[in-house]
Design a protein around this ligand. Structure first.
Ligand SMILES: [Zn+2]
Length: 66
């Protein structure tokens, strides 16, 4: 059985569906097929972390003696 956690776009309540539930338990609105919010947040975090690490490496390349 695949349990999918879906976050309601309208009231931000987490619904755990077994594949049949299409409406939010809290407000009754239709649940989204995918998680656009979660994916965007993860991508943003990944890009931020990537640039931080890249910047750190660049600073270290010039800072450390060879
Ligand atoms: Zn809802």
């Amino acid at each position: 059985m695949s349990q999918i956690k879906k976050t309601c776009l309208y009231c931000q309540t987490e619904n755990i569906s077994d594949g049949d539930i299409q409406q939010c338990k809290h407000c009754g609105m239709d649940l989204p097929e995918k998680h656009p919010n979660d994916r965007n947040l993860k991508v943003k975090f990944f890009v931020k972390a990537f640039w931080l690490i890249a910047l750190f490496c660049l600073i270290m390349v010039f800072y450390l003696p060879r």
